[in-house]
Design a binder for this molecule. Structure first.
Ligand SMILES: [Mg+2]
Length: 264
């Protein structure tokens, strides 16, 4: 019998969304009921996403539209973390963005100075509006010494019917191939995502539990930050992949339905 003490002691649960709570517009059984029940169980929760193609605020509408409870304090994205990071480590920098309009709005809301000329920093995201000119300009700035920061390392974004979209990691691979410069990734598995949440909420890392379907982002971020991890097999990872991996989550469950049962 698995020891559930560590899991039940957690005060704050971080949920990955795609492959964990839903896929595309298909909500997984029990996912909404779990989120609705967490406050009554004395647990806080945050929807944690590496997706930098939607602003944090856009997620409130999307999650509510799918039936999930969600307030502003329940969302944290790699785009928001990138804004906070830039203000902390590159205050006042001129930033060239390879990102879509939602990411642009997000960075502007943090007061980031987005420019077309003379950039000190190139920021890349999951740019769903990518055109050749942006790649050309970004490579130009990187070859002249600009710092390279990327919102999230994901190669692809999973879609229904076994389709994927090329994500930020793939765009960065192109920029690195052309410029010779490697990015610093801000999103999962960088522990900074959890450290920032711990600072904001006052919950220590060891009482935070990350729940997700990917070993190399969702589980890795928890382990890097000294937090508890739950892998759900409802998305991209199956049991054979867990068995073959060096990275062992604290808990492996079929889906969030079983997580709900364990927390009750
Ligand atoms: Mg996922």
């Amino acid at each position: 019998m698995t020891d559930l003490t560590k899991l039940r002691n957690c005060e704050l649960f971080l949920f990955d969304m795609d492959g964990t709570l839903y896929l595309g517009d298909q909500v997984y059984p029990g996912a909404i009921e779990l989120m609705e029940d967490l406050p009554a169980l004395g647990k806080k929760y945050i929807y944690l996403t590496n997706n930098s193609s939607r602003a944090g605020l856009d997620y409130i509408g999307r999650l509510r539209g799918l039936g999930f409870p969600c307030e502003e304090e329940n969302v944290f994205s790699s785009g928001m973390a990138t804004g906070i990071y830039l203000n902390s480590y590159h205050p006042g920098a001129k930033v060239y963005l390879v990102g879509n309009r939602a990411f642009r709005r997000e960075l502007l809301s943090y007061g980031i100075d987005l420019v077309d000329e003379g950039a000190d920093v190139v920021v890349a995201g999951f740019d769903t509006e990518l055109v050749y000119e942006k790649l050309d300009k970004a490579v130009h700035f990187l070859r002249r010494g600009a710092t390279f920061i990327a919102a999230n390392p994901d190669w692809v974004c999973p879609m229904p019917h076994d389709e994927v979209l090329p994500d930020c990691g793939s765009i960065c691979a192109l920029l690195t191939a052309a410029s010779g410069v490697e990015p610093l990734y801000i999103g999962k598995p960088n522990r900074r995502m959890i450290d920032l949440i711990s600072q904001t909420t006052g919950v220590p890392n060891e009482k935070i539990c990350a729940v997700g379907d990917r070993l190399y982002t969702d589980i890795a971020v928890a382990q890097n930050a000294g937090s508890v991890s739950v892998l759900v097999l409802s998305g991209e990872t199956d049991q054979a992949m867990v068995d073959a991996s060096q990275r062992k989550p604290d808990y492996v469950l079929p889906s969030v339905l079983e997580l709900h049962q364990l927390l009750k």
